[in-house]
Design a protein around this ligand. Sequence first.
Ligand code: SAM
Length: 280
Amino acid sequence: MYLASPTVIKNIAAKYGFTFKKGLGQNFLTSKEILERIAESAEIEYGAIEIGPGFGVLTDELAERAEKVVALEIDERLIPVLKDTMSDHDNIKVINADVMKTDMAKLIEEEFGEKPVSIAANLPYYITTPIITMLLESRLPVKNIVVMVQKEVAERISAAPGSKDYGALTVMCRYFTRPELVCVVPASLFVPQPKVDSAVLRLRVLDKPSVEVSDEKLFFRTVKAAFSQRRKTLLNCLAANFPHGKAALTDILESLGIDPRRRGETLSIAEFAELSEKLR
Ligand code: SAM
C-alpha cells in the first residue's frame, strides 16, 4: 500500500478513528524521498529494527531492502492498523512494546542471530536522548543507527568541540560512533505538523570506541561532570562532582596541559579520555 502522502495518512486515520497522540511523538512522515533516504542510509545487509513504525511508512521502505524487519510500537491502537497497511509484506514482525523496556541485545540475538542488523527510526521526540543513550550504552551488535531527530538535537550531536551545542550527548555519540548529518527535513513534511524542523542523522557504529579508556564509567562520569554547569570553569565543575579537592584537580589538569579555567565544552574527546585516566 502506498503510504507516503498526507492524504493517505489522513484517510487511514479516519478509517480507524485514530487520533494522533502528541505525548507519544506521533508525527508521521509523508515524503517518499526522505523515507527512501533514511532506508538507504541504514545500509541494510540482512535485518532492520525500527522503533515506532506508526502507520508503517518507513517500515514499508525497510521491508523492501531487508530480509527481515522487526518493528517495536508502544501504541497498541496501531497494531491492527499495521496489520492492514503492511499486508503486502511477509518479512515484517511488529511487536507491541516500549523500546525503553525492551532488552534490545536479547531481541537482536533471538530475531537475527549473528546476521547483520541496522536500526532505523523516526524517533518520538519526547524521548530521543534516552533512546539514543540506551542504544549506544547497550553496545548492540549493529552496523548503523539512522534516526530522525529534532534539527537542534542533530546539530548538537554533530557539533565540534568549542561550539555551544557540544555536550555530553555529542561525546557519547562520538565515543561509540561516527555521526553524520544526512539531511534536514522541514516540519511541513509531517502529519500532524510538529513545531520544529527535523534532521536525519546516521550513527555509524565503530568496531571499537574512538578513544581508549580503562574505566568507561569514570570516563562518562567525567564528561557529565564537565558539562554539569555550563557557565562554570572545568575546575569548578569537576570539584563539584569529584572528591579530589581543587588543588589536586588543578595539578591533574595542568599536568595534562589543560587550563583549569577552560569550560567543559572546549575539551576534545581525547582530552576527556586523558582526564578520566588521571581521575582514577
Ligand atoms: N515511523 C513513523 C513515521 O516515520 O512516520 C512514525 C514515527 S512517530 C515520530 C514515532 C512513533 O514512535 C509513533 O508511532 C509512536 O507511537 C512510537 N513510540 C513512541 N514512544 C515509543 C516507545 N517508547 N517505544 C516504541 N515506540 C514508541
